[in-house]
Design a protein around this ligand. Structure first.
Ligand SMILES: C[S@@+](CC[C@H](N)C(=O)[O-])C[C@H]1O[C@@H](n2cnc3c(N)ncnc32)[C@H](O)[C@@H]1O
Length: 238
């Protein structure tokens, strides 16, 4: 059960109605929320991020099921002083719950997503509604993060390497075609052939691209307190 013990189904219905009244939820999301409620899926161990954004809105998640807090803690392993830096959260979601959590500690947080609400965000959170097709679509920040950022995963890695900025990504495990230059493809080929199935293609890609920016150090995988579908990865400066 991911929700706090006092949360009853009737209570959830009221929160859902308030949620729909507060935000202009796109129809496709509305249907997803409704189905989740009707099927009682809130009883499951791991929730979809769209649904987690709703639960987080009303502080309904159990401490150990709050992937936003968990991801902030992972980020802080290597970046303990968030108050000094500007953070860019890529694919931050319709309701930018990670961005809001980061904004409690960071100087300034920018959240980019193609579906985005502008309401009820703290003053130091800048929502940017944009479709990301390349790393050049991303604004400048000290640290770039992504929680299950789907197809933008490659753009975050590219952004980090090209701008020499640190990154932390909770990989989503979605399969998106990597847009690979031939020389990158050639460098990745030996890793691919090694048959090490514990390393995902995004990890292989990040390891390969980090060779171009030695100041960013090596790729590391973080221990995660939440059940993310894949590794949480980032660079660690030497
Ligand atoms: C799995 S959700 C994760 C959302 C959020 N990080 C969370 O965990 O609550 C992926 C998000 O990426 C956004 N997204 C996917 N591809 C995108 C792209 N190319 N440009 C902008 N946003 C994108 C979607 O709108 C969606 O909100």
């Amino acid at each position: 059960m991911v929700l706090k013990d006092y949360v009853a189904k009737t209570m959830l219905k009221e929160y859902l109605n308030t949620f729909f009244e507060t935000y202009e939820i796109p129809n496709m999301f509305r249907a997803q929320y409704q189905m989740e409620y009707d099927n009682g899926l809130y009883d499951t161990r791991v929730v979809d991020s769209q649904i987690a954004q709703f639960y987080k809105e009303y502080d309904l998640l159990k401490e150990e099921s709050d992937m936003y807090k968990a991801f902030v803690n992972v980020i802080k392993h290597n970046h303990p002083n968030l108050s000094d830096i500007t953070i860019l959260d890529v694919c931050g979601g319709y309701i930018p719950q990670l961005g809001r959590e980061l904004a409690k500690e960071a100087k300034h947080v920018m959240v980019v997503d193609r579906n985005m609400v502008f309401k009820n965000n703290p003053n130091n959170l800048e929502p940017i509604q944009r479709t990301i097709e390349s790393y050049t679509d991303l604004p400048s920040a000290d640290l770039v993060v992504g929680l299950l950022p789907c197809e933008a995963t490659q753009h975050i890695i590219d952004y980090s390497v090209m701008n020499k900025k640190d990154f932390v990504i909770a990989l989503c495990g979605c399969w998106h075609n990597l847009n690979l230059d031939e020389h990158i493809r050639e460098k990745m080929r030996p890793m691919h052939k090694s048959g090490d199935t514990t390393v995902t293609r995004y990890e292989q890609y990040a390891i390969t691209r980090l060779e171009e920016a030695p100041e960013l150090g090596d790729l590391i995988a973080y221990d995660s307190p939440y059940q993310f579908p894949q590794d949480v990865i980032g660079n660690k400066r030497r």
